[in-house]
Design a protein around this ligand. Structure first.
Ligand code: HEM
Length: 501
């Protein structure tokens, strides 16, 4: 169909015989981290995964908020390495962010059913160039340190409430609990109310939306007919759009009646450029959806993976408990206290190094260019691997070892260690996330020990974020309980981190 379109000169696996180049993507997606590792080992840090254009809309005029372009795309390229990261992440106008895999953007003028896709995607993830700079400038006050510090007491309150339900001897899905925690924090700080049920419902739809988006059938069959994943994708898009629009509407009414609160949405409604223009309705819905989506699942996974890693490294857990007891004496941490906990800082850093909550992030090449000696035609989709950068033995010795103490002696650059990415598009919620994760861990670890059941199956599932598939059941133990790891962990997590059993 697109035989004459250019593709990258980077080497990579041949198309699967009889199935075509795009089938490589389907095979790859069954285990992105492992498959990308194999490809990097064989072809180097820039490797063509799909050596043919697949159905991709172009960047360029209209790539932001308007109708999608119509060019044909130029294949998919995997990238890792600090030099490549620096090139890509600093040249923001050449390497655009792409929120939806290009295949899912309507290439013809969107139908009325497809229009909400564009509206949902007007948040920070989908704007580029000057438009991105303007949006980011307007959003920054909502993420100012004083604002984030102001949310910390709420983070502690919500954690205390959730942890107070824990009973020694019971088994809990810790991933589900951390999801509840981050959702309640997100709805409280973003919407200004601890809207547990509303937030949970919205998050559930978003989670399903992401999983549907990564359904391989979606790549090739885009028919809005009953029973197809595309129909499900459009139905979910419409439902999320409606719910987010309702939240924005309610907030606007409440601000008009009672004035703005300290929540992020009030800040977004009040945000104005020098010329007095602010966000329009579509922007507000887009930003609200993106901040909500980006802001809870990532932190959930960071918390769950950290609790998993601590359960497998009892000596680190004991040292951390001692540090917490010494500084906090059983109480909840304040913002100042968090600065006095160097081991907690190192544990969180090391956890996000070994098991990054976002292992890969995307870009689309906006204009023909070169990277590391390979040509990249406009329209090439890049999957940049944070995971493989974090596991580069030239930067991190014994990269599969979970060793928080390594942070006492190493100082990697932002292009070598970047769980939040780097450059002008670096995660806007990074300080928020770190504060939330540290606050929650400091409280939880002072109350209980969490133990992974013997022979537990832990399989990371990657769909932009990396979560333990099927949750993370753990046994709640008292603080006096042995910290011995029962061992025998099974599953693909063993491909990523060295466990002592
Ligand atoms: C452990 C938690 C988190 C991790 C690992 C994480 C990671 C990331 C990564 C890797 C990116 C992509 C940057 C790029 O492509 O260059 C990103 C972007 C973003 N994140 Fe986070 N994030 C986390 C928490 C949060 C939170 C709590 C919020 C909001 C409250 C948030 C909001 C955003 C937004 C709005 C963007 C888009 C930034 C832009 O395009 O300018 N994230 N995050």
């Amino acid at each position: 169909m697109f035989e004459d379109a250019p593709i990258s000169s980077a080497p990579g696996p041949s198309p699967i015989r009889g199935l075509g180049a795009a089938a490589n993507l389907i095979v790859y997606m069954r285990n992105p981290v492992k498959n990308a590792g194999r490809i990097f080992a064989r072809y180097g840090n820039i490797a063509s995964l799909v050596r043919a254009p697949i159905h991709v809309a172009s960047p360029g005029p209209g790539w932001g908020k308007g109708p999608a372009g119509t060019a044909k795309g130029a294949g998919v390229v995997l990238v890792t390495g600090a030099d490549n990261n620096r090139e890509i992440l600093t040249q923001h106008d050449r390497f655009h962010m792409i929120a939806l895999p290009g295949r899912l953007r309507p290439v013809t003028p969107p139908t009325s059913r497809e229009k909400p896709i564009m509206r949902m995607m007007t948040g920070l993830f989908q704007v580029n160039g000057d438009e991105h700079r303007r949006h980011r400038r307007l959003l920054m006050p909502a993420f100012h340190k004083s604002r984030i510090d102001g949310y910390q007491a709420e983070m502690a309150r919500i954690t205390e409430e959730i942890v107070s339900r824990y009973r020694n001897g019971e088994t809990r899905d810790v991933h589900a609990d951390m999801t509840e925690l981050t959702l309640r924090v997100a709805t409280q700080t973003l919407f200004g109310a601890d809207q547990g049920e509303r937030g949970t419902q919205l998050a559930r739809m978003m989670q399903e939306w992401l999983l549907t988006m990564f359904n391989p059938v979606m790549m090739f069959l885009r028919f809005d007919v009953p029973g197809t994943p595309y129909r499900k994708f459009l139905d979910l898009t419409a439902a999320i759009d409606r719910e987010t629009a309702a939240i924005v509407r309610d907030k606007r009414v409440s601000v008009q009646k009672n004035g703005g609160g300290s929540d992020m949405l009030s800040m977004l409604l009040a945000a104005q450029d020098d010329d007095g223009t602010g966000f329009d309705e579509d922007d507000l819905i887009g930003h609200t959806g993106v901040i909500f989506a980006a802001g809870h699942e990532t932190s959930t996974n960071a918390l769950a993976w950290t609790l998993f890693l601590l359960s497998q490294h009892p000596h680190v857990l004991r040292d951390l408990e001692d540090e917490l007891a010494g500084v906090l004496r059983g109480g909840a941490p304040s913002v100042e206290d968090l600065g006095k906990l160097p081991l907690l800082d190192a544990v969180v850093k090391e956890s996000m190094r070994v098991l990054p909550p976002v292992p890969m992030h995307p870009r689309i090449v906006a204009e023909d260019c070169e990277l590391g000696g390979h040509s990249l035609p406009a329209g090439s989709e890049l999957f940049i691997s944070i995971y493989h950068m974090h596991h580069d033995p030239a930067v991190f010795s014994e990269p599969e070892a979970f060793d928080p103490r390594r942070w006492e002696t190493i100082k990697p650059s932002v292009y070598e260690y970047n769980p939040f990415s780097a450059g002008p598009r670096m995660c806007i919620g990074a300080s928020f996330a770190i504060m939330e994760i540290k606050t929650a861990l400091a409280i939880l670890l002072q109350r209980h020990r969490l133990e992974l059941p013997a022979r537990a199956l832990v399989d990371p599932r990657v769909a932009i974020t990396m979560a333990p598939a099927g949750g993370l059941p753990m046994l709640v133990r008292g603080r006096g309980h042995s910290t011995r790891a029962p061992g025998g962990v099974r599953g693909r997590v063993r491909e990523m981190v060295r466990l002592g059993n």
